[in-house]
Design a protein around this ligand. Sequence first.
Ligand code: P6P
Length: 344
Amino acid sequence: MYSRAVTLSQFLQQEERLHPEATGEFTSVLMDIALASKMINREVVRAGLVDVLGFTGTENVHGEKVQKLDVFAHQTITRVLGSTGQLAVLASEEDEDVIPVPEGQPVGKYVVNFDPLDGSSNINANVNIGTIFSVLPRVTRRGGGTLKDCLQPGVRQLCAGYVMYGSSTMLVYTTGHGVHGFTFEPSIGEYLLSHPNIHTPQRGRTYSVNEGNYSQWTEGVKRYVDYLKVDDDATGRPYSSRYVGSLVADFHRNLLYGGIFLYPGDRKNRRGKLRVLYEAAPLALIAEEAGGAATDGERRILEISPASLHERTPLFLGSPDDVRECETFVQGRNPAITVERRTH
Ligand code: P6P
């Protein structure tokens, strides 16, 4: 039944053999992330049954109500990864400060920034949610890792990936040698290679944005989204609007089918809503490795050096031709293009 199946562990070992200098430590970090995701997946798929839903009555560092699954995912990843001796420090969306390796545990040479359960507002509606992770080399030389180890530009990432919990749970990652997707087979508890070498289409026909924020957008973003809606067969417009409101789900669909995801800054939040370290940067590495692009409207996401752990950034992410075209509107470089603005 599984004669041709390749597990995540077998795939990582094959990858490791391509790099004689590899020590296996990095592979074990990825396997630990996969283990934590299996533990989270077990609770996510049962969420509607064991009253894990609902609020803990506490709030996270962003003043957002924290739901039990968020806390469980955060604690699971912190516990599994913190006790392996591979990490110097961790950072989570759910924690205001960095998370040191527990007292008495050996300190390793890697750093993991993660969003334990992105899309949490969708938990109660059984809509896809996800874990996003970013693996970096530590930059400090001795002792426990510090904030400096976490605050690195995305180009320094050794690995980036996400786990999408849904109708089937998938783990997608890159180490700079292709983007590879694995589908979880619960009956054997293994991730099986299902999407080797993912490449995103040069251009898509889909855009993903919360149009409820239209009135807050800059003129350039408004013109771009209006432009996508104009009926023009020659340029493949109008595009279809697809917006789940769960970053991992919207990104994953556009990665496979093509298209662009936008979370622009606006009058209320100039930097937008999404965070650099554990949302934009890991997905930007995956997008670029799959042939796509990721920008804040002016520069590559991967070149942003965040000054703080939860720094936000505008995000335009997806098929390269779509992202480049979007940038020309955001930067006001194509005033000649007339765009009908729908008033209804
Ligand atoms: P809005 C979920 O809360 C999240 O962080 C991302 O998963 C998602 O892309 C975005 O926020 C949705 O935000 O403002 O459109 O609800």
